[in-house]
Design a protein around this ligand. Structure first.
Ligand SMILES: [Zn+2]
Length: 469
């Protein structure tokens, strides 16, 4: 059976291949090096014994107003079990694109160097998501090299547009639905806290992005006219105050939460058990009190299962230095609403619009735009693969924290909607970290543990029997 620890040669091959990937820039925001990275990746996969191919969309399949044309390929990989070809399938979802490197002057090293200093490997993508990806590829490679086989069927779906919101992932999954059939998705990343405990997360919130614009006079006008002409900025402030009670943290939009399914007792218990360091959290984000003085349990609950009503930007009037006495022509708020399972972004948008109209704001006075939206998804905690992943990871990490949903958003719902499959997040990214920031890094000992954890998951995957599912 496969040895429980990685030898020096195996660890070196993790570092070498990760460096090869980091050194190939692949920035989806600027379309830099995507095709090259996909090609490089399929070579690394071939060396690992994973059969790979580049999947593509036809031009007519691509979404309207695509930001990247042609859409970068999805790298698909597959290893079929020789000894157990009828076994269930495990699919790893990852991405090969990275965030831009700006501000470049804040990097201590070349962002594409892959330089190793002590326990850290630096570079854009070292953690998000090339570091996470390499642990999965290496787990399969080491399995194949040591045993000549894998005990279950394994697939990889590695996309190139995650960092710009996965605009074509749904199209890809739909088009290659048969090829992508699987019994479980292991999500692209997962966190490890500073005590070395792995956070196994089961869900992601959804999101609705909107823009609310109040129209005033036909142009910016002299502010002396404020005695007689209504200012759209004041109107916007009134309107926004009617949507949300910022003292109590309550969303006031009529019927906003009526579709939300009540949380299960077991989930509440998990939330209660989840560790939360209130002081460290406050220190990290630089504030003194939670909204409505919530206690730790209420904050954990809010982060995992409550919708939000957030102003992400306000635009009106003169905002440069000094004075300019005007009454602005318009006032705009950019708003994002995090959604929880069973809230449909389009339906929530209609609720928002009808609530604003019910307050007496006409279409001429206030325009409301739907910018984008995606629903939430949460894997049920009694999905038997959850237990298997938790047990496998417990053997490797210094403990496990089971989290029912991350406060962030991602395309997990697509896998449920199109392939009817659940997803579990587990990985090797340290908390806090520098994802999307200068000096991004991954920790070598966690890459080591992450690889061992996936070896363990592959080993135990078939222990989950059909009748348990
Ligand atoms: Zn990212």
């Amino acid at each position: 059976m496969l040895s429980a620890s990685l030898n020096d040669e195996q660890m070196q091959s993790i570092i070498t291949d990760l460096q090869v990937l980091i050194r190939q820039p692949s920035i989806s925001a600027t379309c830099q090096g995507l095709k090259e990275c996909a090609t490089l990746l399929s070579k690394i996969m071939a060396n690992a014994g994973i059969k790979s191919e580049l999947l593509r969309l036809n031009v007519e399949d691509q979404i309207d107003n695509v930001t990247i044309n042609p859409v970068p390929p999805v790298v698909f990989g597959e290893v079929r079990s020789k000894s157990n070809p009828q076994s269930k399938t495990l699919l790893f979802y990852n991405h090969y694109d990275v965030q831009p490197v700006d501000p470049i002057e804040k990097w201590n090293e070349d962002p594409f160097s892959g330089k190793v200093i002590g326990n850290q490997i630096f570079g854009r993508g070292s953690a998000d998501d090339k570091g996470e990806l390499i642990t999965r590829l290496k787990a399969v490679e080491f399995f194949l090299k040591e045993t000549g086989d894998v005990p279950c069927n394994i697939k990889f779906l590695i996309e190139g547009e995650e960092e710009i919101g996965s605009p074509n992932l749904g199209k890809y999954i739909q088009k290659f639905k048969d090829k992508l059939q699987t019994d479980l998705v292991i999500w692209e990343s997962g966190y490890v806290d500073k005590d070395g405990r792995a956070i196994v997360s089961l869900g992601q919130k959804g999101i609705l992005n909107t823009e609310i614009k109040v129209h005033g006079p036909s142009r910016d006008i002299h502010s002396s006219l404020a005695v007689a002409i209504p200012n759209p900025a004041w109107k916007l402030i009134e309107l926004l105050s009617a949507l949300y009670d910022s003292k109590r943290g309550d969303i006031l939009i009529g019927g906003w939460c009526e579709d939300v399914i009540p949380i299960k007792e077991k989930e509440l218990q998990l939330l209660a058990d989840e560790p939360f360091n209130e002081e460290a959290f406050k220190k990290e984000y630089g504030f003194a009190n939670f909204i409505d003085n919530q206690d730790s349990y209420e904050v954990k609950k809010a982060l995992a299962i409550e919708p939000t009503c957030n102003i992400s930007g306000l635009i009106s009037g003169y905002t440069n230095s000094g004075i300019k006495t005007i009454l602005p022509a318009t006032a705009t708020a950019k708003m994002d609403f995090r959604l929880v399972p069973n809230m449909n972004p389009q339906k929530q948008f209609e609720k928002l619009v009808s609530f604003i109209r019910s307050l007496g704001y006409s279409q001429e006075q206030v325009s409301i735009k739907y910018l984008s939206g995606e629903p939430a998804y949460k894997t049920p905690i009694d999905n038997p693969y959850v237990k298997m992943v938790v047990e496998s990871a417990s053997k490797i990490f210094n403990g496990i924290i089971l989290n029912i949903s991350s406060p962030g958003t991602g395309p997990m719902y697509l896998f449920k909607e199109i392939l009817n499959v659940d997803s579990i997040c587990i990985g090797s990214t340290i908390l806090p970290n520098k994802l999307h920031s200068p000096n991004e890094y991954a920790e070598l000992d966690l890459l080591n543990k992450g690889t061992k954890c996936f070896i363990e998951i592959i080993k135990n995957f078939t222990s989950v029997k059909k009748n348990q599912i």
